[in-house]
Design a binder for this molecule. Structure first.
Ligand SMILES: [Zn+2]
Length: 389
């Protein structure tokens, strides 16, 4: 009942205004009477839970004037918040049809209608509304953002790229970041077809629009590695570390392979030691321990891990410590117990999501370039803390 009252508030306000404004005109008596009947009928329908009929009557009763337009927007927003998109659409379509409204109100109505279509999954109709608003001072940027969201949902990367001039003009970082990811999507297809030149060209463009796109560098590293250009691949991996330290654990193995191909393992481990010193990450720690163990033996590596775990304990690091203990253990029973603990920790870690979205907190065991929940690009990164990196 409270919601109903809230719904009635803007309508009643508009109605009162309309009646008051017209009360000075004696010859409007019959019009007022007709309106009164529509309004009362609308209320009756609303109270008897026949909301669609109620909206028709109330929209007719509440004439859209400059002073009542806000009441209409409030009513439509209420419907949208309640998930009643068809009703919000009806009110916004009613507003769009009003030719006498000021330009700003007309644009707002078109923008809100576009949002309704978008929420309802009617992307072609939403696209038409947003395209009309691209030159609007108030809704141009927002409409461009929605258009990119539409092309992301429909995977129409080329169509999104066709708006690059408008995007560059806005200088909006998020839109430029989205544009770079559209290029990365095309580059992923070209990479699968092993089209070297096309991949490089697309990714160079991606990096022009977003110099911080570690996805572009990740794809570049892949194509260079595929074509045995290991020096270039190593440079890309180093760039990834500079661009996004949190993403780096995901390329640590591929980077090692490229350095190994160049016969530059020592240089790689020097870099990994720097990564560990700067981030304290468990992947870098475990990688560096393998180097210590191979070069200086198990004892030296054990000393290092004990100090590291005291400084910054992680379950992944602890699991590796158990593994190292097992190598040293000579007693059969002891090894069996340690193996059981290691298995238990492994099972526990497998239950935990490996990635979390830095924007919305969505957790996943699988990596996605666009978050399945908030749709932001490149925000799913390895989990940090005790149960992660
Ligand atoms: Zn998210």
């Amino acid at each position: 009942m409270l919601e109903l009252l809230f719904l009635l508030l803007p309508v009643a306000m508009g109605y009162g205004w309309f009646m008051g404004r017209n009360s000075v005109k004696q010859n409007d008596h019959s019009a007022k009477q007709a309106l009164s009947i529509k309004y009362s009928t609308g209320l009756n329908y609303l109270l008897s839970n026949q909301q669609d009929k109620a909206i028709d009557y109330l929209l007719e009763a509440l004439k859209v004037e400059d002073d009542t337009v806000e009441a209409h927007f409030a009513m439509a927003n209420l419907f949208r918040r309640r998930g009643e998109l068809d009703r919000a659409l009806k009110v916004h379509e009613h507003l769009v049809r009003q030719k006498h409204l000021p330009a700003k109100d007309k644009q707002q109505a078109a923008y809100e209608l576009g949002k309704d279509f978008f929420s309802a999954g009617l992307y072609d109709r939403a696209e038409t509304m947003f395209e009309k608003l691209l030159k609007s001072k108030h809704y141009g940027l927002k409409s461009l953002d929605y258009l990119m969201r539409i092309y992301q949902s429909t995977k129409d990367w080329s169509k999104g790229i066709s708006h690059k001039k408008a995007i560059v003009k806005t200088k909006d970082k998020k839109l430029l970041h989205n544009l770079a990811n559209f290029y990365c999507e095309l580059a992923t297809t070209a990479l699968a077809e092993d089209n070297f030149i096309e991949v490089i060209e697309l990714l160079e463009l991606a990096l022009i629009y977003d110099a911080n796109s570690c996805r572009a560098n990740w794809l570049l590293a892949q194509i260079y590695e595929k074509h045995q250009q290991y020096n270039e691949a190593c440079r890309c991996y180093q760039d990834i570390y500079q661009q996004d330290k949190e993403f780096f654990p995901d390329v640590i193995d591929e980077m090692q392979n490229c350095y190994h191909q160049l016969d530059a393992d020592d240089e790689y481990f020097k870099f990994i030691r720097k990564v560990y010193d700067e981030t304290g990450g468990s992947s870098a720690l475990i990688k560096y321990l393998s180097h210590l163990e191979a070069k200086y033996g198990n004892e030296k590596a054990k000393e290092f891990i004990l100090l590291a775990l005291k400084k910054r304990p992680t379950i992944k690091g602890f699991k590796h410590f158990i593994k190292m203990q097992m190598v040293n253990s000579t007693e059969h029973d002891n090894t069996e117990n340690l193996d059981m603990i290691k298995e238990l920790i492994g099972a526990y870690l497998n239950l935990k999501p490996r990635y979390s979205c830095r924007t919305c907190g969505f957790n996943s065991s699988k990596h996605y370039w666009a978050c399945p929940s908030c749709h932001d690009w490149e925000q799913l990164k390895p989990v940090r803390g005790l149960e992660g990196e």
